[in-house]
Design a protein around this ligand. Structure first.
Ligand SMILES: [Mg+2]
Length: 238
């Protein structure tokens, strides 16, 4: 509950001054603190951004990939990640991006404020996406924005494997649509077998379509299947 104290009441007489404004706002400052969560020092966090309605808005009939959209997301992903020193590793597929960050050494600094990080980053991604979409002549019909959520987990390796599992499944299921494969088949093994029968070579699709995009601050990386190369992934996460 926000109550006006006697001290404030006396301050009201001094209206209007900065001191007056501060005094009047004081109880709300306390209310603000309730949501002012901070990143803990040296702790790992994953922030995931998701484009609102983008998969639906940029789907082209039975095409598994909308090339202009893919290009726009790719440019957005790399320029966003490379502009931030605190991103250790990042992964993107379709309209989502996950970044791995670490809480700053000094938890009282502004960069430790979770509300601030999530809103600024999501805002920045939305603007970058819009600019890149314009450059690529991607037909944007509405304001495409990203939401952001944060998790703190010790299972970082498993997290990225699980997000990639969604990516792999999504691409394979879209191939199923494109090549008229029985919609009831729902595992990759079964769909790949059917594709093979039709003479379609799954491995010849670009790796970034099949496995998503990877960012690491130290080196430029080719997309790869995380579960097939666990040591490589583990090294990148450290
Ligand atoms: Mg989405």
């Amino acid at each position: 509950m926000t109550k006006i104290t006697t001290k404030q009441k006396s301050k009201i007489k001094e209206k209007y001054s900065y001191g007056y404004a501060l005094e009047m706002y004081k109880p709300f400052k306390y209310e603000e603190e309730k949501f002012n969560l901070k990143l803990e020092k040296d702790v790992y966090y994953i922030v995931r951004f998701d484009g609102k309605d983008m998969t639906k808005d940029y789907k082209i009939n039975k095409e598994p990939i909308n090339e202009e959209f893919f290009k726009t997301m790719k440019e957005t992903f790399y320029s966003f990640c490379s502009s931030k020193k605190n991103i250790i590793f990042a992964y993107s597929f379709s309209d989502e991006i996950s970044i791995l960050i670490k809480g700053p050494k000094n938890s009282t600094i502004e960069e430790a404020r979770i509300e601030k990080i999530l809103s600024l980053y999501a805002g920045e991604l939305s603007i970058l996406f819009f600019k890149n979409a314009q450059n690529n002549r991607l037909n944007t019909t509405k304001n495409n924005v990203f939401d952001a959520r944060i998790i703190q987990t010790s299972s970082i390796y498993e997290y990225f494997i699980s997000r990639q599992a969604f990516a792999i499944d999504k691409f394979i299921m879209q191939l199923k649509g494109k090549f008229n494969i029985d919609y009831k088949l729902h595992t990759s093994n079964k769909v790949l077998k059917e594709l093979e029968k039709k003479g379609i070579k799954y491995n010849e699709f670009p790796a970034e379509y099949r496995y998503g995009l990877i960012y690491n601050s130290k080196e430029k990386l080719e997309s790869f299947e995380f579960q097939a190369q666990p040591l490589k992934l583990k090294k990148l996460l450290n």
